[in-house]
Design a protein around this ligand. Structure first.
Ligand code: HEM
Length: 142
């Protein structure tokens, strides 16, 4: 799929997304994000590389019971970059969280970045995943 096709005309949504200053985006914790699953909060949010997209306009693809519901309410970077609907261990048998792409090779990074372009063309950016320094410190120390 040529999602990252540079020849594609940018959409209105894309141009709006490009204008956003990331530092001004609402900060949403991983826990809060999990509620944007169409059930707890009637919106569908998908995070990619910490940037959160509102995919509610395409709820038919993301609602409960649909295959792509797995991407909702989380940072789904890992699933998207590995082209998988399930979190799988990597070749070394290590397991990772859905947001973690720290071990990605060039090919997986390219797939992930192509998805960024795809989502940026279609869906408005509404926030950034930010769990605050305390949680990050904990994660780093594990
Ligand atoms: C048999 C396997 C699959 C088929 C037949 C399939 C088919 C499709 C089709 C037809 C679309 C709509 C494309 C468009 O609107 O431009 C789509 C979108 C999408 N697919 Fe798949 N897909 C498959 C597997 C996967 C897997 C394994 C992933 C995991 C990364 C995935 C992730 C997505 C995502 C994120 C979208 C965009 C949904 C949206 O926002 O419109 N698909 N797929």
């Amino acid at each position: 799929m040529a999602f990252g096709d540079k020849k594609k005309e940018p959409t209105e949504i894309y141009l709006q997304n490009e204008k956003i200053n990331i530092t001004t985006l609402p900060k949403i914790t991983t826990k809060e994000l999990s509620k944007y699953n169409g059930v707890d909060i009637p919106k569908y949010y998908v995070g990619i590389k910490k940037i959160i997209y509102d995919v509610t306009s395409n709820s038919n693809s993301y609602k409960p019971g649909k295959g792509y519901n797995v991407f909702v309410g989380k940072d789904a970077s890992r699933l998207l970059g590995t082209s998988s609907l399930k979190l799988k261990p990597n070749d070394q048998g290590q397991t990772f969280e859905s947001w973690d792409y720290s071990d990605f090779n060039d090919k997986e990074m390219k797939v992930l970045n192509d998805w960024v372009e795809f989502f940026k063309m279609r869906y408005p950016i509404v926030g950034i995943v930010d769990d605050g320094e305390i949680k990050e410190e904990v994660e780093e120390s594990i």
